[in-house]
Design a protein around this ligand. Structure first.
Ligand code: FMN
Length: 175
């Protein structure tokens, strides 16, 4: 898929994965490569990524995501990318916001588009049990996991219509 707008239309949150169809290591590394190239405030790159692509470890991540009875679909998802926030070194004097979460959001969008481009499906998850995740993956206690991305192959075949606000509702155009 080469057209950016096709890619944008193709990407949707997948909550129905083929449990036995695992993405390849190369595909997942391509996703990380795209995230690595994302812009960030002062080029601070305040992120790191833990790629989980094994039956045993993926089951642990799925358990952590099934926090408060949600994200049950993760049981069938073969792989995950755990997105952590790292300390940001910013140019002093030019900083009037905390940018790390914005930067991570942009990097996560890059992950999703790189996955879609390769025929993979994703679902961003912001709800998970932080401690269960840290324990399961032996992540340092002080690390902050911001998002978990489910990655795999869609078990369905049809794109859902997008439910979005209209352009007129969200845009003010001044000319
Ligand atoms: C920061 C963030 C957190 C999200 N957390 C979850 C989640 O925990 N579980 C889930 O099923 N979807 C989650 N989503 C997916 C949204 O529900 C989804 O992107 C939105 O409904 C639009 O649908 P689409 O992605 O299919 O276009 C999250 C999305 C974002 C950006």
């Amino acid at each position: 898929m080469s057209d950016f707008f096709d890619l944008v239309n193709q990407r949707e949150s997948c909550r129905n994965y083929q449990p036995d169809h695992r993405p390849s290591k190369e595909q997942l590394i391509r996703c990380i490569e795209a995230a690595r190239l994302a812009p960030s405030a002062c080029n601070s790159q305040p992120w790191s990524f833990i790629v989980v692509n094994s039956e045993e470890k993926s089951a642990c991540v799925a358990k952590a995501c099934q926090y408060a009875g949600i994200n049950k679909f993760t049981s069938n998802c073969p792989a995950f990318i755990v997105i952590c926030e790292e300390p940001a070194v910013l140019m002093s004097g030019k900083v009037n916001q905390k940018y790390a979460q914005m930067d991570i959001g942009i990097a996560t969008a890059h992950l999703c588009f790189a996955a879609t481009q390769q025929g993979l499906s994703t679902c961003i998850m912001g709800s998970f049990d932080q401690q269960t995740l840290l324990d399961a993956l032996n992540i340092h206690e002080e690390k902050l996991v911001r998002l978990v991305l489910a990655v795999g192959f869609d078990a369905g075949d049809k794109l859902r219509p997008k439910r979005r606000k209209a352009v007129e509702e969200i845009m003010t155009y001044l000319d």
